[in-house]
Design a protein. Structure first.
Length: 476
């Protein structure tokens, strides 16, 4: 029983202590101004004072200007909107929030400016003015500040006009300007980037590829406590300065980089396989910015070169050196990278370095050869094989005994297919085309008449040996 009574006593003591904390009083006057209030033909003059909570010192505003403040009254908090509509009540709360204590509104003049604005909003049918305390004449010392306060209130629910989802480039300063001119009233409460608000512009400095967000907030929590409505039946109702529900604006940012992928091909065949023993790999490409400043180079490997991690902009690609057996491509390629054209794939080709070969086919006797009277031999077919014995060319001499062709870098075997009846064929001939050759070369092949063997004539043995020789001449 004793324990039960002790609990009851402690409970009532705690309740009484809490209630006594909510008393309010009018502190020092604010500036040299007086309130003039008129209702139903009755007017009142009161010096402008700040109402504060006795225990916390928090600023409070009067919501019932024609009821006096009872400084002995104990107030309790309430959700009572005093019969006001939600629209009107929210407007009063905004006035109290954006008035004294908001950002640079730290001068005590903002207390009387806020109070006057609340009264004029709640009771437009009544008259509220500032007057000179001595002359009792109406004055308007805070016109500029009132306009500023109304601008903040009217813009409170206006959201910034900046993209909520943006694709931007790496290593770039991005400026998102707010066309509604309210962004300066927002703070950045979370950012995955180096960012700031300046001159109604959200400035973002990006580095590498990433997905992130920036949360902007129209601050509603600059005070230490939430707004409170305080009532007592025997005194005027009050609103204590405090926070309101903030407004968030979430901005998604996609930082992306571009790339240029080069596929290397033979320009004549448009294939990734090189001609002869030439190589498309090993070619070196350079990339330049829009001002032709060198950025980097990339070497073709497995027919591919890649420039990546590129920011938006204009680029120029040119070949510095080609692969073995190919001519350098001197053309400069222009490529634009932006959010709609982020990745580029291009096929770039080289022309193989080739030597112009002319085969001159002649036939005759040894005497004809020695006297330079060999005849041109037409309709003789030659097959040309690469070092792997793969056939790469077949051709036949013309009426002048000539066969013209072009061969790229590599090692080849020239093989005669047929001959004029009664004449020999040449042995296989090995031809080497250098990787940097781009010359004209003429090769003369001679077929000799077959001589019937005669043991008594020693010259026959000589002829047989000559037939086996690879007789040719080089003409330039």
């Amino acid at each position: 029983m004793k324990k039960f009574l002790l609990v009851i006593i402690i409970f009532f003591c705690c309740v009484n202590v809490k209630a006594l904390e909510r008393k309010f009083t009018g502190y020092d006057t604010i500036g040299n101004v007086m309130y003039y209030k008129e209702k139903d033909g009755v007017y009142y003059f009161r010096m402008a004072k700040e109402i504060r909570d006795i225990s916390t010192g928090n600023t409070t505003y009067c919501l019932e200007p024609f009821i006096d403040l009872n400084e002995q009254a104990v107030y309790s908090t309430s959700n009572n909107q005093l019969g006001l509509s939600n629209e009107m009540w929210n407007k009063v709360k905004l006035i109290a929030y954006y008035g004294y204590g908001y950002r640079d509104h730290t001068d005590k003049k903002w207390v009387t400016i806020t109070q006057m604005t609340i009264w004029r909003t709640l009771y437009p049918q009544n008259k509220f003015e500032w007057v000179d305390p001595e002359t009792r004449k109406v004055i308007n010392p805070y016109g500029k500040e009132i306009n500023e306060l109304y601008a903040l209130i009217n813009n409170h629910n206006i959201l910034p006009e900046i993209p909520k989802d943006s694709k931007v480039s790496v290593r770039t300063k991005i400026e998102l300007k707010d066309n509604k001119n309210v962004l300066n009233n927002y703070d950045i409460i979370k950012s995955d980037f180096d960012s700031k608000i300046e001159n109604n512009t959200l400035i973002i400095n990006t580095q590498e590829e990433q997905e992130g967000e920036i949360i902007l907030q129209r601050a509603g929590n600059i005070h230490k406590n939430d707004q409170l409505t305080l009532i007592n039946p025997g005194s005027q109702s009050l609103m204590e300065i405090g926070n309101i529900t903030p407004i968030d604006y979430d901005v998604k940012i996609h930082v992306e980089s571009g790339e240029i992928k080069i596929t290397k091909v033979d320009k004549e065949t448009d294939l990734i396989e090189p001609q002869g023993e030439a190589s498309l790999d090993g070619a070196v490409y350079e990339i330049y910015d829009s001002n032709m400043n060198f950025l980097q180079d990339s070497t073709i490997k497995d027919n591919t070169a890649l420039f990546d991690n590129l920011k938006y902009g204009k680029y120029f690609i040119k070949e510095k050196s080609a692969g073995d057996g190919y001519n350098v491509d001197n053309e400069i390629y222009e490529i634009d990278i932006d959010e709609n054209n982020i990745n580029h794939k291009i096929r770039l080709g080289n022309i193989a370095i080739k030597s112009k070969i002319t085969i001159v086919k002649k036939y005759g006797s040894l005497e004809d050869y020695n006297s330079d009277n060999m005849l041109r031999e037409k309709d003789i077919t030659f097959n040309i094989y690469d070092k792997n014995e793969d056939l790469v060319f077949t051709g036949t001499t013309d009426d002048n005994g000539e066969l013209k062709l072009e061969l790229p870098y590599g090692e080849y075997i020239i093989r005669q297919v047929n001959t004029t009846e009664g004449y020999t064929k040449i042995d296989d001939y090995k031809l080497i085309i250098g990787k940097d050759n781009n010359i004209s070369e003429t090769i003369v092949f001679n077929d000799f008449k077959v001589v019937v063997p005669n043991a008594g004539v020693g010259i026959n043995m000589l002829i047989k040996r000559l037939i086996c020789l690879k007789l040719f001449s080089f003409l330039y």
